[in-house]
Design a protein around this ligand. Structure first.
Ligand code: BGC
Length: 767
């Protein structure tokens, strides 16, 4: 755990350069706008530890699978989001010394991410080995207003030096993914040119043929007077505008770089160059300040709906804003072809692909803080991949339209390649069905079933019906050889969570069939025929529902994570030595698999999803059994624990888990923030507050709150977007106030009271 980031309600501040943590700070200071993003790297060259990373939505490379031993059914490739053109780069030579913080004496340094306005800035004063003192200020952003534009302003004053300096303002495509399986570069050069003082660099991905073109217009001023470029430098996959000057001590330079980005994911191949150049030109004539204020306004609009205020705990406040900020810049929901990679635009791990994280953790955030269309696009994404999911299942031997959605995907094809996950972590199918339920419960848009939802539910139900088998010994249906959400056990039989969600999917699909049949008979017929579905299929489903095996210990009063869970040594985590943790970095894999230690919520994940099926006493017993055996080595774990702990009145545990989820990256809890941020778990942090401390649920088509604030919080405030209405909620330890900020009447429940809120009305209730 680290503690060097300063606590501030709106900012992430690194005061003094923490060289050893540079990759962590680069991850923390990432910026983006849903279409592109980049890590918080320095603009000038840096020879120390760094992951230079710029990522562009939708562009990936199918890197040939690398495994120790090939198994039939493995995907051919692991899709990777590509590290692409570095547009922020500046190479600066002062005399014979390159400006490089790794080789300079640093006199003062501040790197700052302004989350309110989406700006990354830096101020520092350094001395180079040749004695020149350089004072740098920089700022940049990826525009939220025009998402194919980015801009930077870099200013430096050179003291104690007289002589020649060079500034190279470049676009570099000679980039390699850090996680490339065969140390291969994924980009081929396609066009590098210079047109009317604008440099343009376009490259094409190997195999997939995606083209990406960036144009840059640099404007350089010396002591406030604009100067002309002296040269255009062209090298392999590289182009720069170069300025070469003789200077006196005390000279100041300011460089603005205006970037236009154009990719074949959004534009016709032949149009990229013209589009990118036009954007860069327009951006430079708009000017940095206006571009920036347009960008800031967009952020204000986002914060107006999605901000959460916590009074009395600056660490918790910074934590939640940090999470909301990164969620908003990762996914804006305008394009159903995009999704939310676990690292967003902040790193390469997990390939930038889609996991069950989206449905299980991210959907509620976008449902409550954005237009309904945003969450719907996440569902449509999976509907668009349905045929691929059916193909995936058929590769594994399933038939008749059964679908197994991939564990990891970028285009619908499975690309995870560890057998215990690819073939066995099948519970992901359940989360995809659950998201349809969750979306409809929240929005009331039950037409979605007839539109797209039912197709997906039928295919998923068919998968479960084929994946179970009847055990003569148990006289029950069983699901053998699976990995549950807890990846620290593989190939187990009857993972409770998987079995529970499997039959839930069957039941939900039966309900959905009935609903669409009653609501829209013609469309129903069409769906049956498109899916070659005979309603008789549900007879078998009903048998499975009735006779599913759900492992349980009557003695302990808990659901068993899997049939043999109690055979394990049950010592809790508190009996481990500090040096054993994190297990995934300290223990051999076989030792982990045999142990009782749980990576992330598993039985508890099911109790969270299906809370209404269980009594609080049951939830408490399971929580008290499993939490002490959970190491939370998945970032997705603590948030579920917060929500359940609040429900069963374990306030201290809830708060402990909240800090762990909300400051996971800021404090580098799991020692892995340098790889990128845990974007999908950030949505879990949001849920911890709204569903945990706010106790928000949807009950009978209404918003419901049952709050319980941590002791040290004076006030918690947030807004919820619910069915075209915006509600402003303020909670203290003694009261909850609700303001209807919309033009509709709203029915809301608070604990056991039902209230009506007229437009603009405020009501306050004692807790
Ligand atoms: C978790 C999975 C998750 C993945 C991506 C893993 O560590 O165990 O549940 O889908 O990370 O976030």
């Amino acid at each position: 755990m680290k503690n060097y980031i300063q606590k501030h309600p709106w900012k992430v501040i690194e005061q003094g350069f923490h060289k050893d943590e540079n990759k962590i700070t680069e991850s923390l200071c990432s910026i983006g706008n849903g279409k592109m993003g980049m890590r918080g790297n320095f603009e000038e060259s840096y020879s120390g530890e760094s992951l230079q990373g710029s990522y562009y939505a939708g562009i990936y490379y199918p890197d040939k699978t690398k495994v120790g031993w090939w198994k039939n059914g493995y995907p051919e490739y692991f899709a990777k989001v590509l590290n692409g053109c570095n547009w922020s780069g500046l190479k600066i030579m002062i005399g014979d010394c390159e400006l490089d913080l790794n080789k300079a004496e640093i006199k003062s340094f501040t790197r700052e991410l302004d989350m309110m306005n989406g700006l990354l800035s830096r101020n520092c004063i350094i001395t180079l080995p040749n004695g020149a003192e350089v004072e740098i200020t920089s700022q940049r952003f990826c525009s939220m207003h025009q998402d194919e534009i980015a801009a930077l302003e870099y200013s430096f004053t050179v003291n104690n030096f007289k002589g020649k300096i060079f500034i190279d303002s470049y676009l570099d495509f000679d980039i390699e993914n850090e996680d490339s399986n065969y140390d291969e570069k994924f980009w081929n050069e396609s066009k590098v040119l210079n047109e009317e003082e604008i440099i343009y660099n376009q490259a094409v991905t190997k195999k997939t043929g995606f083209e990406l073109g960036l144009a840059a217009k640099s404007v350089c001023k010396k002591d406030s007077a604009e100067i002309q470029a002296s040269n255009i430098v062209i090298a392999t996959k590289y182009i720069s505008t170069q300025y070469e000057l003789e200077i006196q001590s005390g000279t100041n330079f300011q460089i603005n770089k205006f970037i236009g980005v154009s990719s074949s994911f959004y534009h016709q191949h032949g149009e990229l160059k013209a589009n990118a150049i036009k954007l860069a030109k327009e951006a430079s004539s708009t000017g940095y300040d206006l571009l920036k204020s347009n960008h800031e306004h967009c952020w204000q609009d986002k914060w107006n709906i999605s901000d959460i205020e916590i009074d009395g705990d600056v660490g918790a406040q910074q934590g939640i804003r940090f999470n909301i900020f990164h969620l908003n810049q990762t996914y804006t929901g305008q394009d159903a072809r995009l999704n939310i990679g676990p690292k967003g635009f902040t790193g390469e791990k997990y390939g930038g692909s889609t996991y069950w994280d989206t449905e299980a953790y991210c959907l509620p955030f976008y449902l409550s803080t954005a237009n309904q269309k945003v969450a719907k696009n996440l569902l449509i994404y999976r509907h668009n991949h349905l045929n691929k999911a059916i193909e995936n299942a058929s590769k594994l031997g399933f038939k008749d339209g059964a679908a197994l959605y991939p564990m990891v995907t970028i285009n619908g094809e499975e690309c995870h390649n560890e057998w215990e996950i690819t073939f066995e972590e099948i519970h992901r199918n359940g989360a995809i069905a659950y998201a349809i339920f969750d979306y409809i419960r929240y929005t009331g848009d039950d037409k979605y079933l007839a539109e797209h939802g039912l197709d997906v539910l039928i295919a998923i139900a068919r998968f479960w019906a084929q994946r179970v088998n009847y055990s003569e010994a148990k006289k029950k249906y069983v699901i053998l050889g699976v990995t549950g959400p807890n990846e620290y056990e593989n190939n187990v039989n009857n993972n409770w969570y998987t079995n529970y969600i499997a039959v839930w999917c069957l039941k939900y699909c039966i309900d959905a069939l009935k609903h669409v049949k009653a609501d829209d008979a013609n469309r129903f017929k069409e769906i049956l025929s498109n899916n070659q579905f005979d309603e008789k299929e549900t007879e078998n489903w009903n048998e499975i529902i009735k006779h599913i095996h759900l492992p349980k210990s009557e003695e302990l009063g808990i659901y068993l994570q899997q049939d043999n869970f109690l055979d394990k040594d049950q010592s809790p985590v508190s009996e481990l030595r500090g040096e054993d943790l994190p297990l995934n970095q300290k223990w051999s894999w076989d030792r982990i698999l045999r142990s009782v230690y749980i990576k992330q919520a598993d039985v508890l994940q099911g109790l969270y999803f299906f809370e209404e099926d269980f009594s609080h006493a049951e939830i408490k017993r399971n929580f008290e059994y499993y939490e002490p055996r959970t190491v939370h080595e998945s970032s997705l774990s603590p948030c579920v624990h917060v929500i359940l702990a609040c429900l069963i009145g374990m306030e201290d545990k809830a708060y402990e888990m909240y800090l762990r989820t909300s400051r996971l990256d800021l404090d580098d809890y799991n020692n892995d923030t340098e790889d990128g941020l845990h974007i999908t778990s950030m949505a879990g942090t949001w849920m911890s507050i709204v569903k945990g401390f706010g106790g928000m649920r949807i009950k009978e088509n209404k918003l419901y709150f049952n709050p319980s604030l941590p002791k040290n919080w004076e006030k918690l405030s947030f807004r919820i977007n619910f069915r075209d209405s915006l509600v402003n909620i303020k909670i203290t330890s003694t009261e909850i106030s609700l303001k209807n900020e919309s033009n509709n009447n709203l029915q809301i429940s608070i604990v056991d009271q039902s209230i009506n809120l007229n437009p603009n009305e405020i009501k306050v209730y004692n807790l």
